[in-house]
Design a protein around this ligand. Structure first.
Ligand code: ATP
Length: 234
């Protein structure tokens, strides 16, 4: 499965944020969407998952346009979204939060989903009955990713998973995304932590003012002088 975004424009009221964003993510690859605060990364994910309407351009899964489809319909077609800020239910248990991510699936699929998430995140398995609000920041981020995986996405979009985490935990969370990729899921990772995300990503896009200004293999981007100067402080 492939997610393609072509010449996407969008904004809030009269303020334009996306100015012709073009990118693609295929199953089994980890793609980083990089850029400074306010470049439009979060807005892009919101448009892709159907939370805001674009002004123009195209978003498609395997060539089938997603425009006009609800966020729920897109999730069922295989597009998962882990929003910025995690959006967990702190007074519900880990397992209850996970099950919410699979509410539209049959019971057997939910049990299968739990098994898969607990295999990927053994720490969530140990804490399955614990209230989500009592988990550490890193565990909450894993739970948010786990909940999205419960919907069996083929392409998973993850917004700023390292936000507010210590460098060690941020690394751990990004390493789990590499595992998600190894299971064949395509991952679109939005990050301000450019160095860390290029370490795990296969490819990357650098966004400035709502458009892609640079793209390439992660290995090449790390070596790129403009990237080093603007984002890696080298
Ligand atoms: P961040 O890392 O801070 O999330 P970003 O690259 O994801 O940055 P966006 O959150 O997409 O950037 O924001 C892009 C622009 O859109 C910013 O100028 C921001 O102020 C504006 N913006 C974001 N959300 C809204 C909103 N709900 N209403 C109006 N303007 C918004």
């Amino acid at each position: 499965m492939k997610l393609t975004v072509d010449q996407l424009t969008a904004g809030y009221g009269k303020a334009q944020v996306l100015f012709g964003l073009t990118l693609e993510v295929a199953e089994g690859e980890l793609v980083a969407l990089l850029g400074a605060n306010g470049a439009g990364k979060t807005t892009a994910l919101r448009v892709l998952s159907g939370l805001i309407k674009p002004w123009g351009g195209q978003v498609a899964l395997d060539g089938q346009s997603l425009l006009g489809l609800s966020a729920a319909r897109r999730a069922r077609l295989g597009l998962g979204h882990v929003p910025e800020g995690r959006q967990l239910f702190p007074l519900m248990s880990v397992e209850e939060n996970l099950l919410l991510g699979a509410a539209f699936l049959a019971w057997e699929s939910r049990a299968e989903g739990l098994e898969r998430v607990y295999r990927l995140f053994p720490r969530l398995a140990e804490r399955r009955r614990q209230l989500a609000g009592t988990l550490s920041g890193g565990e909450q981020q894993m739970l948010a990713i786990g909940r999205a995986l419960m919907g069996r996405p083929r392409i998973l979009m993850v917004d700023e998973p390292s936000l507010g985490l210590s460098p060690r935990l941020a690394e751990e969370v990004l390493a789990t995304l590499a595992q998600v990729r190894a299971e064949g899921v395509g991952v679109l990772l939005v990050e301000q932590n450019v160095a860390l995300s290029l370490e795990v990503a296969d490819r990357g896009y650098v966004v400035e003012h709502g458009r892609v200004v640079l793209q390439g293999q992660a290995k090449e981007l790390i070596q790129n002088q403009a990237v080093q100067k603007a984002y890696l402080a080298l």
